[in-house]
Ligand binder design. Sequence first.
Ligand code: FUB
Length: 523
Amino acid sequence: MKNELLAGIALVLAVAPAGAQEARQISVPGNPILADGDYYSTDPAPFVADGALWILAGRDQAPPDVNDFIMGEWQLLKTDDPKSGKWTHYPAIAKPENVFAWAEEARAYAGQIIQGPDKRYYLYAPVLEKDSDAQDRFAIGVAVADSPTGPWRDAHPAGPIISQRAPVKNDIQNIDPTILIDDDGRVYIYWGTFGQLRGMELERDMITPKGPERSIEGLTGFFEAPWIMKRKGVYYMLYAGNRAGPKSDCTPAVYHACIAYGTASSPMGPWTYRGVALKPVSSTTSHSGAVEFKGQWYLAYHTADAKGGGHFRRSVALDRIEWDDSVTPARIRTVVPTLRPQPPLAPTRNIARAASATASNAPLPVQYWIKSLNDGITKAAPLPPDMWGSWSPNNPASQWIEYRWNKPVTIDGSRIWFWNDQPAGSGVGVAPPASWRLEYWNSLGNGGWKPVPGASAYGTEPGAFQDVTFPPIRTRCLRAVMTASGDGKSHAGLAVQEWEVLAPKTAPPVVRDAEAKPAPGCS
Ligand code: FUB
């Protein structure tokens, strides 16, 4: 017992006070770095200081069923060697309302720390202005400290250096700053979201806008989260891109984002799109920063992969960047995300995970994601890409979703989880189906889609699994055919968060073998 206690203490050992909370040392076997759900960490901004690799991160604090960026403070992670898995975690190094007298609490958005020419550290921090009549109160303040862990104080107490009123009027949301001190000492800041990217030179004091504020173009699909860096004389801009669609190299679903990047030969462009540095992650937002540390480049990004994680409970991960120097300018090879060792999957009768999914409305409207049908995840407050959906301005009376397996499978049950934002019977929005049924592909005789015989009742209640059982059948394709609810004038859309298909508990005799031999297709 004593030894167990000592082992626990060795894992989380207080090392030094940082602000209000003590730092602790952690030993982690991989991504996410903070994975136990105690502290979520988001919007990583890596930097090198005092011979160590640091990551500035925000902290997601939203309850699991709240879809909002509730982010009360910034925190730091530090390592001397990313491979070692040994990190020091400095929680709560700064809170907006403690650093900036003019700022509101709970919106410690994506910041960046960079060491200035005076050797002090500068924190560029997007926060909400308390007293502002701006249509969007997000603004970027600058804080300064002698150490990354603080104490941080406002470097420009007169107010934010960038807002909808400073240094010039703009009408964008002023968040996600990223800074470059160029080799000649000139300082540049870039920021923006919702497809608007701005860039501007700062004075060498790191604080005073020199201007002009420019719109940055050429970065295809730019959504938010810019990250500026320079390698071998080339300027690189990483960013969250959301050019969506079935043929997009970035993301199939618009709520998700890839990390895309472009290059330029001067800080203000022109910029040329170069490709995808990181495919979409498990959180809808994607936000990255890159840094060279001891000769190796790393990409820090966030995911929803920690315990209890979600789109608003994100966690920082770190992986290597490999460069393709055989072309000019050098390209970033798409980063391969790694995960800490995972426990073996619990045995399950659900064989939907092995199927590929399609639907009557393929290609889906880009807010939905077909892959969410069989990802094993249901949420109390899902976003559209957490489900298959069919909503459109003119919804048809019926839709289907379909699983295809490579080989015939034997099944005797199914569970489906409908999602709705309108009550049953509605002719607008997304409502539970008026009715639905399972059909299987029968390749015998004339073949075709047949209702699954002997099925139990088809429940339509949304927000919980609806179970159906039936005598075992053998098939290669299964459909859930849904009749949309309607009010006589129009039909509602349909949405399914998860659809499971169950193999028999044991291996009972197959009473209906629809697949004497594997069929090449199911239509
Ligand atoms: O964390 C809040 C916002 O989510 C950031 O500002 C965006 O880049 C996205 O990561």
